[in-house]
Design a protein around this ligand. Structure first.
Ligand SMILES: C[S@@+](CC[C@H](N)C(=O)[O-])C[C@H]1O[C@@H](n2cnc3c(N)ncnc32)[C@H](O)[C@@H]1O
Length: 329
């Protein structure tokens, strides 16, 4: 290889040092790193290397350590000083969404959790990485008539970034789930490149492709006759709303799966006539596009929380690849 090509190739493969806040079990970070397979499709390794990650949840951090790496710290973001964090090129964070979620009370900034994004803003001001990627629920767009989102964007912009956002649906990326999430991407003002969201063109994956195909699913995943009747009484549209069409994509996987009685549009599987069961943790993880070799640590309930909180790795892989190609190449 001549000198010029050598230079180009090393530039192409330059490591992109990344800090991951609110890293949870590592859904976002698996996507960012790549090198995994989901329903027969390979997601090759990308050029990112994670130099620091944090989360407050020790169970999620155990899962993270087992599957991603032991660079995660279990710490409340309120106790972390941005100046103590290693320098990095990319900052990512799916900041907590309960206060913006339609499934929650939607208190926005009136809920202290609504202000956690400000820690990302502080990190950006202090460390000035080239790019940041933030993620949140669809509901963030409409809290307080859109004013809350407007403030979030202008806070990110005032840290020195050109900011773009897009509401994406995991379905379009080949994930068997109707999961709509807002991605916010900022490129530092002095960088002479713009980021543009690309239109995904993935093969559609349906629920049937990822359900556990075995007869001996543990009884604990089935609703008792009484619980089932309760669900029916509580929601007359039970069959229509929650019982999933296995030839389509699944409703959004949320942390509610950890609750003994599901609510809202939490997905339920119909098995035979009039029999309903919840998703197993393995199915929930697959619906979020985790590969089967990703092992979740903890009880079922802790697993459902980690899975429901995660950024779908396949969606993150596509976004991270676009960022790598457009900004870091
Ligand atoms: C939307 S989830 C992020 C999921 C993660 N990016 C993934 O893909 O698996 C938000 C995370 O923020 C964490 N969190 C909530 N409050 C926190 C705090 N004060 N400090 C640090 N982490 C916090 C939660 O434990 C949760 O894992």
């Amino acid at each position: 290889m001549n000198q010029k090509n050598k230079k180009l190739s090393s530039r192409k493969n330059r490591v992109i040092h990344t800090v991951s806040l609110f890293a949870g079990c590592g859904g976002s970070d698996l996507g960012l790193l790549g090198d995994f397979e989901f329903v027969g499709t390979k997601f090759p390794k990308l050029n990112y290397s994670i130099v620091y990650a944090n989360d407050i949840d020790e169970h999620a951090a155990k899962t993270y350590k087992q599957n991603i790496g032991d660079h995660i710290t279990v710490e409340d973001i309120n106790n972390i000083n941005a100046a103590d964090i290693p320098n990095h090129d990319l900052l990512i964070g799916g900041f907590p969404c309960q206060s913006f979620s339609i499934a929650g009370q939607r208190k926005g900034f009136d809920d202290a959790r609504g202000e956690l994004y400000l820690h990302m803003v502080d990190f950006l001001k202090e460390k000035q990485p080239k790019v940041f990627i933030a993620e949140n629920v669809k509901g963030i767009l409409s809290v307080d008539g859109g004013r809350a989102f407007g403030k979030i964007i202008s806070d990110f912009e005032s840290s020195g970034y050109k900011v773009k956002h897009k509401l994406v649906n995991a379905t379009d990326f080949g994930v068997p789930q109707k999961r709509q999430r807002v991605f916010i991407i900022g490129v530092r003002n002095d960088i002479k490149k713009d980021f543009n969201f690309e239109e995904p063109s993935a093969k559609r994956v349906i629920l049937k492709d990822v359900l556990e195909n075995r007869k001996d699913i543990d009884k604990k995943y089935f609703f008792s006759e009484r619980a089932h009747q309760g669900l029916r009484n509580a929601n007359k549209a039970f069959n229509k709303g929650r019982s999933q069409d296995i030839n389509s994509q699944c409703n959004t996987i949320s942390t509610h799966l950890a609750k003994s009685s599901l609510n809202g549009t939490d997905p339920v599987i119909t098995v035979g006539k009039e029999k309903y069961r919840r998703l197993t943790p393995l199915e929930a993880a697959r619906i979020q596009s985790f590969p089967d070799n990703f092992e979740f640590v903890g009880s079922d309930s802790k697993k459902y929380i980690q899975i429901g909180n995660a950024i779908a790795p396949v969606v993150m892989w596509h976004i991270a690849k676009s960022v790598q190609n457009q900004i870091f190449s």
